[in-house]
Ligand binder design. Structure first.
Ligand code: DAH
Length: 339
């Protein structure tokens, strides 16, 4: 019995030396020290020895078992340590390798231009309002004092979805929507898409963007309009730029003006961009027509206001020196990546 115990223990130690991974180690442990393992099996049979032999044998068997167990633990610790080191080696990062470059998204130049303009007017106390691209003929035309026989209402110019409903031809209907739900004083801007039945060429696109502004209060004058627009132009195009107000006509403003800025390329000297004129038209504006106030229920005796509207593509083309409006909508990355 004693001999057998020693042999098993020796064999186990011998096999243990050759184990080089945790799976094999566990298999070996089961084979010797598991419930049905060889050593455990033998230890159980001690109970069958004559009573006077049992204590000595029991003690020895136990000692061998404890020794073997600690040998297993020792080998297990070693193997775990080796695996950890191997993992660290494999996961080591070579910080000298070149990085992986990836494409970063960026704002479309129209979005960036809009954001910049909105920022400037926000700083001047104008609140951003919203309106839908699908509009009623009433908001888009009638309420803005554009009578039924106004040429712009023709099917040739306007994209009608069904009688009385159309794709808005400008952002001015948002003025009507805002005034109908808010009482003066009011300072609003709105920005978004407008649609006209135009054929695309270098300066026309059937879809384009506008930014609209409206201020209504007591004693608002043309001087306020000039002040606000001058502030905007100086901040957006630079302090050197001059403004010129040319008398014009819009049904919803009286008086009306078209606003020019001194040419951003030649500074007014005359060049191909400004067709030798020295000036570039950037927006339409005017004092809100009392007819419009009447339509939205504002008292035209108490309040006055100014409004303006500008084409964003045109503004962006002037700022960035782009000569064809279609470039904005072709989404050629070689173009878009320049902004
Ligand atoms: N809605 C006009 C257009 O699309 C632009 C415009 C002119 C807007 C004068 C205004 C304004 O608010 O006062 O051509």
């Amino acid at each position: 019995m004693e001999e057998k115990l020693r042999n098993i223990a020796r064999e186990a130690q011998g096999e243990l030396d050759g184990v080089d991974n945790l799976v094999n180690l566990e298999a070996l442990r089961t084979a010797y020290l598991g419930r049905k393992g060889r050593l455990i099996y033998l230890i159980r049979s001690i109970g069958k020895l004559p009573p006077d032999k049992r204590p000595r044998m029991g003690k020895m068997a136990n000692r061998l078992k404890v020794e073997l167990q600690s040998s297993f633990d020792y080998v297990k610790d070693n193997l775990l340590e080796r695996e950890r080191e191997k993992k660290i080696r494999e996961e080591a990062i070579d910080v000298t390798l070149p990085g992986i470059s990836f494409h970063r998204g960026r704002r479309h130049p129209i979005t960036a231009t809009l954001d910049e303009i909105i920022d400037i007017f926000s700083g001047l106390g104008f609140k951003l309002e919203k309106g839908p691209e699908i509009e009623s003929e009433y908001n888009n035309f009638d309420a803005l004092n554009m009578s039924a026989d106004h040429p712009a209402r023709d099917m040739h110019d306007t994209l009608y979805l069904r009688p009385g409903v159309l794709l808005r031809t400008h952002t001015s209907p948002v003025q009507i929507r805002t005034m109908k739900k808010q009482k003066p004083p009011l300072r609003m801007i709105c920005a978004g898409k407008s649609f006209r039945a135009d054929t695309a060429d270098a300066s026309h696109s059937p879809m384009f963007h506008q930014l609209e502004g409206l201020m209504v209060d007591r004693n608002v004058t043309l001087a306020d309009l000039k002040g606000i627009l001058t502030r905007f132009v100086h901040q957006f195009f630079g302090e050197k730029i001059k403004l010129r107000f040319r008398p014009s006509f819009f049904p919803f403003t009286e008086p009306s003006a078209e606003v020019d800025i001194s040419c951003v390329v030649c500074n007014g000297e005359g060049c191909p961009l400004c067709s030798q004129r020295g000036w570039l038209e950037i927006l339409g504006a005017g004092m809100v027509d009392p007819e419009v106030f009447k339509e939205v229920g504002y008292d035209a005796e108490r309040y006055t206001g100014f409004a303006f509207g500008m084409g964003i593509e045109r503004i962006a083309m002037l700022k960035y020196g782009i000569n064809d409006i279609r470039l904005f909508f072709e989404n050629d990355l070689r173009f878009l990546h320049q902004f």
